[in-house]
Design a protein around this ligand. Structure first.
Ligand code: CP
Ligand code: NVA
Length: 307
């Protein structure tokens, strides 16, 4: 019997109103107006089957700031890495902790974890999606652009986990999204179908210059994600025309900002002059991971209402 709780595997698990409440809560956390410690006496298990800098540290620090503790579990240390089944791990962890954050490969693994764990499960990135990151990105847009709710976003490059979560965010929050991906590197069809069924203004294009025209947010990601390292050479060739450089930024709106989830490869998906230039907001974007994840933990583990 599963105790009532909510998971955060994808953005669509929140309604539009709840997402706005989460952003407002994160903004109160960022400004220092929020001083409650709803995780007091509570613990978060953090399973990392892939590397991480931002996700690990922001969840760890965020849990501490909310009064709780966070416990880093890597496959080298925990039995999951030696083949202990996901459901067994989930059931056991749920006896010790009040929430589980996991970064892993197959999205099916996080679904299985969520089905069997009797506590909230939070997606810290799978091959399919990266919802915490995209909520941090939208929080950054709210921080830096006037009338952010309608700001057109251009996604340039791989139709990967980031692209999929951008599609969901556009469908739920209502901003226009243009994705430019080379053929063979499209986003997940189920995410595109979700947007289309929602009547979202989401277009998949092949030409990055068309996608950035009029955009107020230009964003990209590495050409080879974690787990795709052996495809690096083929991807460098496929994405050759997809570098976000100064010429591309000039086709966007004059007030456009540049976002990148990091880590970045300067000279591949983004020119150093763009990521280190005046339109870049990547450091605020990284900081916003802390604020939005605190809001998510406060809501899912700490009983903070989202209405
Ligand atoms: N953007 C992001 O998720 O970074 P890490 O891989 O460092 O966690
Ligand atoms: N798409 C990248 C994001 C890293 C934060 C990856 O999955 O490796």
């Amino acid at each position: 019997m599963t105790a009532p709780h909510r998971d955060f595997l994808n953005i669509r698990e929140f309604s539009r109103d709840e997402l706005h409440a989460l952003f407002a809560l994160a903004e109160r956390m960022r400004s220092g107006a929020y001083t409650a410690r709803p995780l007091t006496g509570k613990a978060l298990a953090m399973i990392f089957m892939k590397s991480s800098t931002r996700t690990r540290v922001s969840f760890e620090v965020g849990a501490a700031q909310l009064g709780g503790t966070a416990h880093f579990l890597s496959p080298r240390d925990v039995q999951l890495g030696r083949g202990e089944p996901v459901p067994d791990t989930a059931r056991v962890l749920a006896r010790y902790v009040q929430g589980i954050m996991i970064r892993t490969f197959a999205h099916a693994d996080i679904e299985l974890l969520a089905e069997t764990a009797d506590v909230p499960v939070i997606n810290g990135l799978t091959d399919l999606s990266h919802p915490c990151q995209i909520l941090a990105d939208v929080l950054t847009i709210r921080q830096h652009l006037s009338s952010p709710d309608q700001a057109p976003v251009a996604w340039i490059g791989d139709g990967n986990n980031m692209a999929n979560s951008w599609i969901e965010a556009a469908a739920l929050l209502g901003f226009p999204l243009r994705l430019a991906c080379p053929e063979g590197y499209d986003p997940d069809p189920a995410f595109l179908a979700f947007a289309s069924n929602a009547g979202a203004d989401v277009q998949l294009l092949r030409d990055p210059n068309e996608a950035v025209r009029g955009a107020r947010v230009v964003t990209t990601d590495v050409w080879a994600s974690m787990g795709q390292e052996e495809e690096q050479a083929a991807r460098v060739a496929a994405f050759a025309d997809f570098q976000v450089d100064d010429a591309m930024m000039q086709r966007a709106s004059a007030d456009a900002i540049f976002l990148h989830c990091l880590p970045a490869h300067r000279g591949e998906e983004v020119a150093a002059s763009v990521i280190d230039g005046p339109q870049s907001r990547v450091w605020d974007e990284a900081e916003n991971r802390l604020h939005i994840q605190k809001a998510i933990m406060a809501a899912l583990m700490g009983g903070e209402p989202l209405s």
